[in-house]
Design a protein around this ligand. Structure first.
Ligand code: HEM
Length: 413
């Protein structure tokens, strides 16, 4: 009797076991000859890096299927996932650069790409260093902290806020809005979350309107002022400006917190690698790159085929939905030797934690810079850092990866 190996796979992203170790399930899926069909989501899941990369780079694979369904079906889909009757969220969160395709995507991406250059990001280094030093000054009096809530959670609101042009004292508001809005993407969402996401979007919208009015009269060296100039030059509309500003915060908020937590956790789980980095701080760039590969904080995105296409040795009709498991691709032994080992010197390390192709992450330089400054500073300022609990609990779900909390003990150098 032959058994179907795909039938043996139980993809249960909300289970405790998956949160502990999603990589065993990913490996089982990757071992199949052809992509794994996940019935629950009517999605073909791609785990081999060659397949994930081919789909990410394929211009006929799009993030939305608006062109293939009628407006009524689209509304029905929206209702089915309870994404309706929330005008601000529908207008400014459900529609943005990331969710657009074709000419609109090209136009918006060009505007933002021009502003998000490595040189602009490098200019943020001193500000990040000052912020991180201040936060560590406050925390270093405590021997035992939760690195996620006491440290990591404060970082992206300040850093991304500063890039946008949001005053430092408003950073906690950014954090609150971003968390309320992003929480609504969790599959376990309920109507209370829906109401909170809508309120947060509306408040964030009103806040941005006020800040834009200030920047209109007195432009600064910040992203909002430059987006206003692009708007006035006819390159994007006022609504697009607002949804872009919201996206920039939201795309980088939770992911930064998660990878800071998982990055430190990886160093502490592999003390020989942590020591190697301490002995040779010049390894910080490859170490950060490896943190993104090893525990990719945004492990799952999707695409729709717009033409009949071959993927992973099978033909699929237009309209097929594919899951791009970046987190699984990043453990593919075909590209990465000993993929389940954490190696701070790994090179080359061509991972897909920031995606690939047309939607490749615009914030990747900023995310890397944060990590570079933070881990270099922690290693310089603390002679020892250790886990205060053996196995920190990770968040459940397919789309995010990071520890809920990370209790550590540290000693100043
Ligand atoms: C910290 C870790 C981060 C990770 C792992 C990450 C990952 C990603 C990935 C995988 C995509 C592509 C989505 C797809 O394939 O459909 C993406 C897109 C994007 N990311 Fe990031 N990101 C991070 C941080 C940031 C930050 C800090 C910002 C901004 C400050 C940012 C802004 C964006 C934007 C604007 C897009 C949309 C690009 C487009 O659609 O053309 N990200 N990110």
């Amino acid at each position: 009797m032959t058994t179907d190996p795909a039938a043996e796979i139980d993809l249960a992203p909300h289970s405790a076991a998956f949160a502990v170790n999603p990589y065993a399930t990913y490996a089982a899926m990757r071992a199949l000859e052809t992509p794994y069909y996940w019935e629950d989501a009517n999605t073909w899941m791609l785990t081999k890096i060659a397949d994930v990369e081919a789909v990410a780079l394929n211009k006929t694979m799009l993030r939305n299927n608006d062109d293939y369904i009628s407006a009524e079906d689209r509304k029905a889909q929206q209702r089915a996932i309870n994404f309706h009757d929330m005008p601000f969220h529908e207008h400014y969160v459900q529609v943005n650069l990331l969710e657009s395709e074709g000419a609109t995507h090209d136009r918006l991406r060009k505007v933002v790409f021009r502003e998000f250059t490595p040189a602009m990001i490098a200019r943020q280094r001193d500000a990040i260093q000052t912020f991180v030093d201040g936060l560590l000054d406050e925390l270093s009096e405590q021997d035992d902290i939760d690195f996620v809530s006491d440290f990591a959670a404060h970082v992206p609101g300040h850093i991304i806020g500063r890039v946008l042009g949001v005053p430092d004292e408003d950073a906690p508001k950014l954090r609150h809005w971003s968390e309320e809005v992003v929480r609504y993407f969790d599959p376990g969402r309920g109507n209370a979350d829906k109401a909170r996401a809508e309120v947060a979007t509306k408040e964030f919208y009103e806040y941005l309107l006020d800040l834009l009015a200030i920047r209109e009269t007195a432009p600064q060296d910040d992203l909002l002022s430059r987006l206003i100039a692009h708007r006035d030059a006819g390159q994007l509309s006022q609504d697009e400006l607002i949804s872009t500003a919201m996206l920039i915060l939201m795309a980088g908020h939770g992911s930064t917190i998660d990878v800071l937590g998982s990055g430190l956790h990886s160093l502490l789980r592999f003390p020989d690698q942590h020591q190697r980095l301490r002995d040779d701080p010049a390894l910080i760039k490859t170490a950060v790159q490896e943190m993104f590969r090893f525990e990719s904080p945004l492990p799952y995105f999707h695409r729709f085929a717009t033409e009949d296409t071959e993927v992973g040795g099978m033909m699929f009709p237009a309209g097929t939905r594919f899951g791009l498991l970046y987190g699984a691709a990043n453990r593919d032994p075909v590209r990465f030797q000993h993929p389940d080992s954490f190696d701070v010197g790994r090179a080359p390390n061509r991972h897909m934690a920031f995606g690939g192709g047309g939607h490749f992450c615009l914030g990747n330089h900023l995310a890397r810079l944060d990590m570079d400054v933070i881990f270099s500073t922690i290693n310089a300022r603390f002679s020892s850092v250790e886990l205060a609990e053996a196995t920190p609990e990770y968040k459940r779900g397919l789309s995010v990866r990071g520890p809920k909390a990370l209790r550590i003990r540290w000693q100043r150098a």
